[in-house]
Design a protein around this ligand. Structure first.
Ligand SMILES: Nc1ncnc2c1ncn2[C@@H]1O[C@H](COP(=O)(O)OP(=O)(O)OP(=O)(O)O)[C@@H](O)[C@H]1O
Length: 806
């Protein structure tokens, strides 16, 4: 073990780069504490320094030595937190005085300290989890962030640093220079155990035991809390390769249930934010999931990895200001998912622009002027030639028309007054204010919002028939609805398409945009100066790279409230992200993909899903089919094949049912055998299933001790089951997006997508299959949600594949 591995005055470096020590570290050196009476502060400082001088435990070191070392890391973490808090207080106390630039600087610093404090707080739980002993005698500790010593030696490696890769990838066959991999099992800050994997057997002779996969198994057996946790300590080699894969292009991660796709996707987002911080911090990362329940299930993973500021959105929420309701008719959902809508909506927009069939008189200040179809056509052509979206081009049309009508009016007046000149600008004003002219212009080119356009399309059969000849009369009928009906999830991409083609409704949009651009330039210039001025101080504190002009400009935007890139992205439909992660991606319709592609023109995507689990009306049959229309050669597909969630006995049953019902699946390896065999209960009376579900929840909770139990039932039984559960369990029954925080939940198979529970009570599989129009994906999803136990209740005959257990 080299001397440089001494934990002397450690400096945190969240970016994983070498950092310059803070001046304060010097005060902690025993050499500087001096003789004489020691104040409390000095004693504390000396204790900290002593702790930091503990050498790295040797290879054969035991748990006590590891504890001492980990304690030293935590003391440093606390110090850094204090330092940041002090700096933050100091910056805040300067108040909003001085020039714009001073205020910019102050705010930029304050926000940087806040970010950093949030990150230091976030990594407190299990800060360090691994140690690698290398063949060359060096040791590396791996943790949630990087920590370096005052002489710039890295003492704790960020798990995302390139050198940490071997922690996840080294095997006995391919040691990659590793002698031993040690897992430090922490509960919050306390080291509770060690798990060693010895890759170099000569070390075994030195008396160390090989504990294999203990850390992984412990993680997998743990009770579910209703919130997904990170897997940073036990990422498996096949997962690690995906997490660290190149950012460019579309990476598809295909994997059966429980193979860690969601976990991998989120860790990949954290990795990309680390490896491409500058670019991704300003452009942002978008994570798209199937529902708000799912998003609240995964929302803690990235913060626990020290990453905040990604935008999470369900497909229902991707159009700002609208929350799409469920699309209850599968036929309507399927039709609205088709790419045909790019054409239909373009035609619908064009259709709102029309000439007049014959000349038409308009009155301007009592004078009649004839407007001809030719004049209107000319106006339309000139406006179209600007290439601007519909609403924005309309202002050109209006300008051209007013000018032409005013010219005609001028000629008329000249004739009447035998040559007397009229002032053209007054005439144009008169034309603009003429009611007849306004009516005519609106008739020819009506300003339109995306919402109004869609509402017209679905409530006026004639309009839809004219612009959507590619749909059959039955298909068009399936789309009919009352004006004012709520928008659905399947409408969201159509609204987005319409918004793109219609553009901004505001006639002054152009001027506003120009003003916004000018203000942005000014903000950027201020920000550049602020960052330049701040650079020496940042360098000294080892936090370069945390701040870039773009980020500061966003914080100091004069044009609106101070929002981070993520916050601004979340409310701006036209925002383009640096990377997009899509979970449960097999369900997306072509129109939903079309909408997402627009949000990342670079096409840098991580797409995770399982074709076999598809259940939506537009679910893809293959990744090539789903993504083919949007890419050239950029599709990379990786496959995950180990189920970490569900024990072997349940996976076998689920796979048998899936295959017996014609679903093509890749058989998965499992990590655990399963302590509880699946139970199948036959009930003679369908009416007794609701009360049987309540009883089963009790039975499962008893069997498991404690934990999260879900009843997954056909749509029409979910509400009765929930009511009966509430009668029995009261507030313990969860509802809505936060439902997973409770310990009893009831939901449909579709709602259960992506989630997991300690125990599952599955009600009437035959009805679940029917509800999904015979597609077995939903049933397969439902049968693979449990980590411990599965109980199936039925009154109707079971679908094929259950038989062996019946
Ligand atoms: N390397 C790992 N270490 C510890 N736990 C893991 C690991 N990989 C996956 N898991 C756990 O396995 C469970 C399933 O993972 P995840 O939900 O990411 O799978 P999935 O492939 O998205 O599943 P599904 O398609 O069924 O929704 C989670 O509890 C996750 O934390």
């Amino acid at each position: 073990m080299s001397d440089t591995n001494t934990a002397a005055s450690i400096t945190s470096d969240l970016n994983g780069h070498d950092s310059t020590p803070a001046d304060d570290d010097a005060q902690l050196s025993p050499a500087k504490t001096g003789a004489g009476t020691e104040s409390d502060e000095t004693i504390e400082a000396r204790e900290q320094s002593d702790a930091q001088l503990i050498p790295l435990p040797p290879l054969e070191g035991g748990i006590d030595q590891e504890r001492a070392y980990v304690a030293a890391l935590y003391r440093r973490l606390d110090e850094l937190r204090e330092e940041n808090q002090t700096q933050l207080n100091r910056v805040r106390s300067t108040g909003a005085v001085g020039t714009m630039q001073n205020i910019s600087e102050r705010d930029a610093f304050a926000s940087m300290y806040e970010d950093r404090l949030a990150q230091l707080n976030a990594v407190d739980d299990r800060l360090v989890f691994g140690r690698l002993d290398l063949e060359n005698g060096d040791a590396r500790y791996i943790g949630r962030i990087g920590l370096t010593s005052s002489d710039r030696q890295r003492l704790l490696l960020d798990w995302r640093a390139p050198e940490s890769g071997v922690f996840y990838q080294a095997t006995a066959f391919d040691r990659q220079g590793v002698r031993r991999r040690r897992h430090l099992l922490l509960k919050r800050r306390a080291v509770q155990g060690l798990e060693d994997e010895v890759l170099d057997t000569s070390v075994l002779e030195e008396g160390t035991e090989n504990h294999g996969d203990g850390a992984l198994l412990a993680a997998l057996k743990a009770r579910r809390t209703g919130q997904m946790g990170d897997i940073v300590a036990t990422i498996q080699a096949e997962q690690d390769r995906i997490i660290r894969a190149d950012r460019s292009g579309i990476l598809v991660v295909q994997g059966g249930p429980g193979t860690g796709k969601t976990a991998v996707a989120l860790h990949r987002a954290a990795y990309l934010l680390y490896a491409h911080r500058e670019r991704l911090k300003s452009a942002g990362v978008l994570i798209v999931g199937p529902s708000s329940t799912f998003l609240s299930y995964i929302e803690r993973v990235l913060p626990s990895l020290g990453e905040t500021g990604v935008v999470m959105s369900s497909l229902a929420d991707l159009y700002p200001g609208i929350r799409g309701m469920e699309e209850t008719d599968p036929l309507a959902a399927e039709i609205k998912g088709r790419l045909d809508w790019t054409e239909i909506i373009a035609d619908a927009v064009a259709h709102r622009r029309r000439t007049i069939p014959e000349p038409r008189e308009v009155r301007v200040e009592g004078v009649k002027v004839t407007v001809t179809p030719k004049m209107v056509r000319r106006g339309i052509e000139r406006a179209k030639a600007t290439g601007k979206p519909y609403n924005e081009a309309r202002s050109t049309f209006v300008k051209v028309m007013i000018k032409e009508i005013a010219e005609k009016l001028e000629r008329l007046l000249q004739k009447r007054s035998q040559g007397n000149e009229a002032d053209r600008s007054y005439l144009e004003e008169d034309v603009r204010h003429s009611r007849d002219v306004r009516v005519l212009l609106n008739l020819c080119w009506m300003p339109r919002t995306p919402q109004a356009l869609l509402e017209d399309l679905f409530s006026k059969p004639q309009y839809l028939a004219e612009v959507a000849p590619q749909l059959s009369p039955e298909e068009r009928a399936a789309l009919q609805r009352e004006p004012g009906a709520a928008f659905t999830i399947a409408d969201v991409p159509l609204l987005d398409e319409a918004a793109e083609l219609l553009g901004d409704l505001d006639e002054h949009a152009e001027r506003q945009e120009a003003r916004r651009q000018a203000a942005r330039e000014k903000d950027l210039e201020n920000a550049r100066k602020a960052v330049e001025n701040a650079s020496p101080a940042l360098e000294e504190m080892g936090i370069e790279g945390f701040l870039d002009a773009e980020a500061v400009a966003n914080l100091n935007s004069e044009t609106g409230p101070r929002l981070t890139a993520a916050e601004r992205a979340g409310v701006d439909r036209s925002w383009t992200y640096g990377h997009i992660v899509v979970d449960e991606a097999q369900e997306l319709s072509p129109m939903q993909w079309h909408m997402l592609m627009r949000r990342c023109p670079l096409k840098s995507f991580t797409v995770v899903g399982d074709i076999a689990q598809g259940s939506s009306a537009s679910a893809a049959q293959s990744w090539a089919q789903a993504l083919g229309p949007f890419i050239d050669d950029r599709l990379r597909i990786e496959e995950l094949t180990v189920n970490y969630r569900t024990p072997r006995n349940m996976v076998e049953l689920a796979e048998r049912v899936a295959e017996a019902n014609g679903l093509q699946i890749t058989s998965l390896r499992t990590v655990r055998e399963g302590e509880h065999e699946p139970v199948i209960e036959k009930h003679n009376d369908a009416g007794s299933l609701v009360s049987a579900a309540v009883t089963s929840v009790g039975a499962e909770q008893q069997r498991l001790g404690e934990g999260l139990v879900a009843v997954i039932a056909p749509q029409k039984l979910v509400e009765p089951v929930r009511e009966a559960l509430v009668a029995q369990y009261g507030k313990r029954v969860g509802a809505g997006a936060g439902s997973m925080a409770q310990d009893v939940v009831a939901m449909t198979a579709d709602e259960a997508k992506g989630l997991e529970f300690d125990g599952v009570v599955l009600v009437e599989p035959a009805a679940l299959l029917e509800e999904a129009r015979g597609r077995v994906g939903s049933l397969y999803v439902a049968m693979t949600r449990s980590t411990q136990s599965l109980r199936v209740l039925h009154s109707r005959p079971l679908p094929a594949g259950f038989a062996a257990e019946a």
